[in-house]
Write a protein that binds this ligand. Sequence first.
Ligand code: HEM
Length: 217
Amino acid sequence: MLPMPRDIFTEPADVDPDTLNNLGPLRRLAGRWRARKGVDVAPKPDGPERRVFLDTIEFQPIDPQANGPQLFYGLRYNVHITTEEEDITFHEQVGYWLWEPATGLILQTVAIPRGQVALASGTAAADADMFTVSAKRGETGYGICSTTFLEQAFRTDSYSITISFHADGSWSYVTDTALQVEGKQAPFAHQDRNTLHRIGKARPNPWAEILARRKAG
Ligand code: HEM
């Protein structure tokens, strides 16, 4: 007897519309954040260059997202980075952080205007104080895709980010991006780290806002 095909279409019923209530390990990220002492190590012709940068990051809740039976709660984020020395943007990044309460799966999508995207994954418990997600070039599930120039000159073989929450409400990240730079033997460890402090709260997700307005009449 052939096994019954699994139901890939039916979505969960009674989904809680309040995303901020269902973000698990991501809930402490919701809101707006700033930091002045980020440290970047990047590849330059004469070797690694260390620079200090200013970070502004915003995470706002999105409506619950179902893939058939799979249900994610998440945040849309925007990272904007500058330096004291220059007005031009130093680094920009947009994407989503998603958490699947049923399994503890965490996803981060990364899109940077260098012509590069990554989908990183990991797992964490709802009350985790620290978690890591990672992606690998060449993987179709949780991989890295880059424009041809980067593939040739700065091949990005792996990416990971570790986030840690602190008792005072701040949080830190460390990203490790392995770059195979053209003409170099060893991979380059492109590392970035910072500790963020809150400058604003998150708004409710759109669906929760609609229901709250209706309730208020
Ligand atoms: C806080 C986060 C980050 C900062 C501040 C940052 C900054 C930089 C800087 C200053 C460079 C040197 C080239 C330049 O001056 O534009 C660079 C190169 C590069 N970064 Fe990042 N980066 C960050 C995160 C990432 C992430 C997450 C990825 C990919 C997943 C990435 C991929 C690359 C690549 C492929 C290059 C080589 C391109 C080149 O040097 O022209 N970076 N980054």
